[in-house]
Design a protein around this ligand. Structure first.
Ligand code: UDX
Length: 422
């Protein structure tokens, strides 16, 4: 049998690249060949050794259009030249926000599979939105008392739903891309969808959708591929008592306003606890020096290593799916501080479904005050229950990933399925 060759195409944001690289590794371990493709910009950024993030999303509409236009052409050329050299692809796997990759695959007669790199819950929310619930959500989402019951999901209020549903939200840009994605899936019969979760974590959601063959293949947790830079912070962590440190990070895209940063700093200082805070735009200066009397500020770190360090007791997170999944799989409870997109829904799951953390409340000006941050930190650091729950999900994640576990088996079944087409 010919060895299958998978082309894995990822949207060029770190939260998408990380799980795709892990997926590539898992696929390689099953004996298939894998080529990963992303934008030149993302590759340059990774070579620099750290994530510098997006400074502005003002031109994001234009960016998405250009990515589609330039990406479609260059991907098509890349596939054609590989095929010509006898190095063609058996299947293309692509992450979310780039549904046009499926059309490129079709033009070359190559089957494509969507890698849904957020929760199965998020997939279900978009699914029901485009399949019958769109009007009710659209017409009511600006009403703060609105709540919707979707099959297999907890009741979701306005603040739990993805920010892309709010028409007035400046970041509603991604909704057309999800619509295009569902149109593409609708042209296929019972397509397989690889999801970065594991079956036990979202079992009710898997049961609620039978139109697609959704399979959990996670956790896809990044290794230290961004390593090789200063890790002085690990020594700093080594010197701290067990479960004492608060780790704070808002992923690779989100930028907090200055007043919000000040409140966060106040909340952290008021706990009297040591903290490790990732500030991508770290510039030094007096304020940072003051903070470093109690904590440590870094522009980037190897997050998975930090989360698995014994001294880390709590994670203040923006609830990006990778950060959320990484904390669950490390058994670290969280203070959920969502910003946008799927993060609001992930915060709901953390607080009410998986029960591994508490979610912050905003004041009337939309700021989370220092006293609120301190309150949440004290709940998370003070009790055993959330830590116990986090440890439970960590164990179940290991079960899912090990030989014969649900995610391991689901991925092997997928590879067997595409190998039959060789
Ligand atoms: C984006 C979206 O914002 C998120 O909501 C979606 O679920 C995925 O895509 P991002 O905001 O970057 O991602 O957050 P997240 O999903 O948490 O991914 C960030 C990645 O960068 C994580 O894998 C994390 O481990 C890594 N990271 C972050 C580091 O390695 N070091 C750091 O200092 C900060």
């Amino acid at each position: 049998m010919v060895q299958p060759h998978i082309l894995l195409v990822t949207f060029p944001a770190q939260g998408h690249i990380n799980p795709c690289l892990q997926l590539a590794k898992r696929l390689l371990s099953t004996g298939v060949r894998v080529t990963v493709a992303t934008s030149h910009f993302a590759i340059r950024r990774m070579k620099n050794g750290y994530e510098d993030g997006y400074k502005s999303r003002d031109d994001v509409h234009h960016y998405m259009d250009e990515l589609k236009r330039v990406g479609s052409l260059s991907l098509s050329d890349f596939i054609a030249s590989n095929t010509k050299q006898g190095n063609g692809f058996t299947c293309i796997v692509y992450s979310i926000l780039i549904p046009w990759v499926a059309n490129v695959g079709r033009a070359h007669d190559i089957p494509t599979t969507l890698f849904w790199n957020q929760t199965a819950t998020m997939f279900a929310i978009y699914y029901f939105y485009f399949k019958g619930y769109g009007d009710i959500i659209r017409n009511n989402i600006e009403d703060q008392s609105f709540s919707v019951s979707l099959p297999g999901l907890p009741d979701l209020t306005t603040r739990d739903l993805p920010s892309f549903f709010i028409p007035s939200n400046q970041y509603a840009f991604a909704l057309p891309s999800f619509k295009e994605q569902f149109d593409i899936l609708d042209e296929e019969t019972n397509p397989t969808l690889l999801v970065n979760t594991y079956d036990a974590l979202e079992s009710e959601v898997f049961k609620a959708i039978d139109e697609y063959n959704m399979v959990g293949i996670g956790p896809l947790i990044p290794s230290a591929f961004l390593g090789g830079y200063n890790k002085e912070y690990m020594e700093w962590l080594n010197a701290k008592p067990k479960s004492s440190v608060i780790y704070v990070s808002f992923g690779s895209i989100s930028v907090l306003s200055k007043p919000q940063m000040e409140e966060l700093a106040r909340g952290l200082l008021d706990t009297g606890r040591p903290f490790l805070w990732v500030i991508r735009a770290k510039e030094g200066g007096e304020e940072e020096e003051e903070l470093e009397k109690q904590g440590k500020i870094v522009p980037w770190c190897s997050q998975v290593e930090v989360l698995s360090h014994a001294s880390v007791g709590c994670f203040v997170t923006h609830c990006g799916w990778n950060s959320t999944f990484e904390s669950l799989c490390s058994g670290v409870p969280t203070v959920a501080f969502p910003q946008w997109t799927d993060q609001t829904t992930n915060a709901k799951l953390i607080e009410d479904v998986w029960k591994t953390g508490v979610r912050v409340n905003h004041n009337e000006e939309g700021i989370v005050e220092g006293s609120e941050i301190k309150r949440c930190l004290e709940i998370v650091l003070g009790g055993e229950e959330m830590r116990r729950n986090a440890r439970k999900w960590k164990e179940l994640a290991r079960e899912a990933a090990k030989e014969g576990g649900s995610s391991n088996k689901n991925l092997k079944d997928f590879v067997d399925q595409i190998a039959k087409g060789c």
